[in-house]
Design a protein around this ligand. Structure first.
Ligand SMILES: [Zn+2]
Ligand SMILES: [Zn+2]
Length: 127
C-alpha cells in the first residue's frame, strides 16, 4: 500500500479514523494507533476513547442484562402465581368474578409461554 498523499512512498500503516494509507511523514501516533497528521488526530482520539469506554462498560452491561433476566424470571413467577389465584377466586364465584377467570388464564398462559420462550433462548445461547 502507498501513502494517500505521497503516491511514491510506501505506507507504514492506516489511519484509524479514515483508513487511508500513511507514510512516516503523514502518520502521527495517537494512543498507540495511527492518525493522519493535522487532520484525523482528534477523531482517532475520540474513537480510542469510545473503545476504551466500551471495554469499561462491557462487564456492567452484562451485569445489567443478567439482572434483567432475573426480573423476567420474577415476572413469570408473578404471572403464574396470580393467574392461579385469580382463577381460584373466579371459580369460587363465577357469577361475580367471571372476568378474573379470563384474566387469570391469560396471566397463567402468558407466564408459562414466556418461561418456555426464555428457556429456549437460554438453550440457544449455550449452543
Ligand atoms: Zn485519517
Ligand atoms: Zn505521506
Amino acid at each position: 500500500m502507498k501513502c494517500f498523499r505521497h503516491h511514491e512512498r510506501d505506507a507504514v500503516g492506516v489511519c484509524r479514523s479514515c483508513y487511508k494509507g500513511l507514510c512516516p511523514d503523514c502518520a502521527v501516533e495517537v494512543d498507540k494507533s495511527l492518525a493522519c497528521r493535522n487532520s484525523c488526530e482528534e477523531d482517532v482520539r475520540a474513537v480510542n476513547l469510545l473503545i476504551a469506554e466500551n471495554i469499561k462498560i462491557t462487564p456492567i452491561a452484562s451485569k445489567i442484562l443478567h439482572r434483567r433476566e432475573n426480573i423476567v424470571k420474577g415476572a413469570n413467577i408473578f404471572n403464574v402465581t396470580f393467574g392461579g389465584i385469580f382463577i381460584l377466586i373466579g371459580l369460587a364465584d363465577p357469577s361475580r368474578f367471571l372476568i378474573l377467570i379470563f384474566l387469570g388464564a391469560f396471566l397463567l398462559i402468558y407466564g408459562i409461554y414466556s418461561h418456555v420462550q426464555r428457556q429456549r433462548n437460554e438453550q440457544n445461547a449455550k449452543r
